[in-house]
Design a protein around this ligand. Sequence first.
Ligand code: KIV
Length: 272
Amino acid sequence: MSVHTPDIKRVTTHTIQEMKNRGEKISCLTAYDYSMAGIVDAAGVELILVGDSASNVMAGHETTLPITIDQMIYHATSVVRAVKRALVVVDLPFGSYQGNSREALNSAIRIMKESGAHAVKLEGGLEIKDSIIRILSAGVPVMGHLGLTPQSIYKFGTYTVRAKQETEADKLIEDAKMLEDVGCFSVVLEKIPAKLTKKVSESISIPTVGIGAGPHADGQILVLHDLLGINKEFKPRFLRRYADLNGVMTDAISNYIKDVKGKSFPNEQESY
Ligand code: KIV
């Protein structure tokens, strides 16, 4: 659990609602560990998501399905320890909330109690309405997630853009309205056409947060490791890389190896 720092004003679900109301964009990023979360928070993002993308980024799995609730709590606890200002949202992992609202509530309560996070995120619309309502009834803020929902990858078969057809787009709008009606504080829109994002963002009063969803969402989110250019292979069209950390890290490590082998590290000043 993070210690309250009196001179830093914490971001809450109300803060991001007020940002939407006054037309200020919301910046969001993922983080999975203490060191990175501290940097992301100090840089000033409003929302940090402990995404189940940790399954890919941290553990090297092909999908987000294998990550467990214990592993999510481990990541979330590390992030919460570092964060002084941002709102920390944690993904409920695959299998911890679908089809059983009581289990969904237990999962959300475990995450909130054991990690000290501030909210949870669930993927899906009408199919998981009961789970969302039950979690909300315990006073736990919920963020929705529509469009490309990676936990359902085996149902869809690909990671391509979603809701291009009218029927799927109409369902997404209905789902977004339902999420607002039941009391979610925000909704992630992943990989959908920019025009649809605009329509959804104008049809609901809660903030939308886009990833691969164009410029009209009320906020944007990226996976931190993608933004930093740590993974060279992942290059979707929606990704803007702000650094080449893969190159920077490889150079630094190569120089270290060279210095060790050349016996120039450690030198006299670096020795006791
Ligand atoms: O797990 C994750 O990182 C996410 C974001 C891509 C929104 O759900």
